[in-house]
Design a protein around this ligand. Structure first.
Ligand code: DAH
Length: 355
């Protein structure tokens, strides 16, 4: 009989060893300790035994029952622990995991150039000013001494805001996309006390035929200094210094007489072409940036016209000022050696990623 008990124990042990799930465990428990538990069969056969034998088997089978119970509990704990461990592993968040690298992009060459220009002019004592891109005829033209029908208006081919809106507005109040940053000169002079020393970087719009140097939308940087005793010499020194620190210290500047309605006298400022080093040629061909001249026109400038000062409430007998306006796109093209500033608007990553 005790052999049968030990058989039972061995069978149990080997079944227990192969067991993996909680359901299998329950089945095994049912098999050994449930209603029809196997020990029952053994105990049924002991009625013919002597009292002493009955006692021994009773004790042994109780011990086996205890053993089975304990082993089942141990196994259950084991199975649960494995399940929880697996779950933890599958749900773990590895905060140190490396993600596939994602390109964050970077600044556009025009933004880089604008910030450089701002830094240079701020170091020369200027402050950055801003103005609206949708402007009125009055600020974009009239107050700058460019009245209606003045031939100079043709220079700035204009995007006017639609007739639906403009036909209901008086001349002067009609809306347009600003053709230059110069209207911010007027807005600032009307609003602020003297002395004024500002730069105005911003976007401007022209109804243009596009080519290597012209686009319908581009960026300008305007400058204005008004106060007592401001001279043309101050203008020359400021621009020459700014261009040398912007491009390279050997950059040459050239002032050519010019005409702008809002400055008198006026000058256009050229810098020696950085693409062809001022030679006008690249591989025996005319440089497309400077059209073979060796010079690139970067700026318009001059002494603020007395009319403009007066219309802004500033006494031209007592005060004077200089102003300038430059194309940021062209400066960016010069600085980065890009032969066509139109390339800046073509969203070509290959170009932008170089800077
Ligand atoms: N506003 C002019 C243009 O867009 C550029 C310019 C010329 C600005 C002379 C100035 C200036 O302030 O003095 O062509």
């Amino acid at each position: 009989m005790s052999l049968s008990l030990s058989d039972l124990k061995n069978n149990f042990n080997s079944k227990l060893q192969n067991l993996q799930t909680e359901t299998q465990l329950k089945d095994l428990q049912e098999e050994y300790l449930g209603k029809k538990w196997l020990l029952k069969g053994i105990l049924a056969g002991i009625k013919d035994l002597s009292n002493q034998e009955k006692k021994t088997i009773g004790v042994e089978s109780n011990t086996l029952k205890e053993y089975i119970l304990q082993e089942l509990q141990k196994k259950s704990a084991e199975i649960q622990a494995t399940r929880i461990q697996k779950q933890i592993e599958s749900e773990t968040l590895d905060v140190t995991a490396q993600f596939p690298s994602r390109s964050l992009g970077h600044k556009h060459p025009i933004s880089i150039t604008t910030e450089l220009l701002e830094d240079i002019f701020i170091s020369l004592g200027f402050r950055v000013e801003d103005g609206p891109q949708i402007e009125t005829e009055k600020f974009n033209f009239d107050m700058l001494n460019i009245p209606d029908n003045h031939p100079a208006r043709d220079v700035w081919d204009t995007f006017w805001i639609s007739d639906d809106i403009n036909s209901q507005r008086k001349p002067g109040d009609k809306y347009l996309l600003r053709t230059h940053t110069s209207p911010v000169q007027v807005r600032t002079m009307l609003r602020e006390e003297l002395p004024i020393k500002i730069i105005v970087p911003g976007r401007v719009f022209r109804y243009e035929q596009e080519d290597a140097r012209h686009t319908c939308n581009f960026y300008q940087l305007e400058g204005l200094v008004v106060g007592e005793g401001v001279t043309f010499w101050d203008l020359k020194w400021t621009l020459d210094t700014a261009m040398k620190s912007l491009l390279w210290d050997q950059t040459k500047t050239r002032f050519r007489p010019s005409i702008f309605p809002f400055t008198e006298p006026s000058a256009e400022v050229d810098v020696s072409c950085q693409i062809c080093n001022g030679t006008g040629k690249i591989a025996e061909k005319n440089c497309s940036m400077c059209s073979g001249t060796g010079w690139v026109e970067l700026l318009g400038s001059g002494m603020v016209h007395p009319f403009v000062l007066e219309w802004c409430g500033i006494d031209p007998e007592k005060y004077s000022g200089f102003a300038f306006g430059m194309g940021i796109d062209r400066i960016a093209a010069q600085r980065f050696g890009v032969s066509s500033s139109r390339a800046f608007y073509q969203s070509k990553l290959k170009l932008n990623e170089q800077f």
